[in-house]
Write a protein that binds this ligand. Sequence first.
Ligand code: C5P
Length: 244
Amino acid sequence: MPPFDPPPGYDWSPSDDRTEKHSQDTHDAQVTMIIAIDGPAASGKGTIAKQVAGIYGLHHLDTGLIYRAVAKAVLDAGHSPDNVREAIDAAIALNPRKFEEAALKAQVITEAASVVAAIPEVRQALMNYQREFATRPPGAVLDGRDIGTVIAPGADVKLFVVATPEVRAARRTRELLARGEPADEQEVLADLLRRDERDSRRTAAPLKPAPDAHLLDTTHLGIDAAFRAAVDIIEAVRTGRKRG
Ligand code: C5P
């Protein structure tokens, strides 16, 4: 059982065990659909998640914003992001409904976010909000690093989105320049690799695919093709369930 009271009607058991129950419940207004989209930075997961949420009429949560908000609170208070006590206090005090997305996306916050995200108590403090968000009817698409493994292990569909570091660095550089931030592609690549390494090697909820996640490689895909590929996977899983 998860360390909290799940909303009624949601089953946190692995998705394979839920197949029969899910198909029986499809006419129940309380039924939620949860789609977990994980992957490294600039893999395309955020854009895919937003668009998937749009077509299925689901809520969307970019969970990276939560860690970014904690990092910003710590930096704004004049502390270092590796100040464990301050980071935990900031996570506990966080009001996740008040995100200023543009300020949180700034490059200075990015690195600090991956430092605070490695602190287990910070992750624990942010868990309930994410799980409650996921189960608000009619359901949600959450994107992050540990959605399929920790936050929603019983998600209906799990995608793990990847792309080569070079392609991700080129995308992130274009994004930063478009926002008017200075960006050197080699530096962006080095930052991405450092962050991948920290996110993958940490002991608390490391970046990794869930065993039942579907891999989606967007290296050679534009936004539209990546979105279509994601929908194809989601539909294949849903159709398989209905038949099962
Ligand atoms: O997704 P984004 O790049 O905005 O995330 C910023 C940082 O937040 C990541 O590098 C990672 O360390 C952390 N994060 C996390 N778990 C999530 C989402 C983000 O650890 N579910």
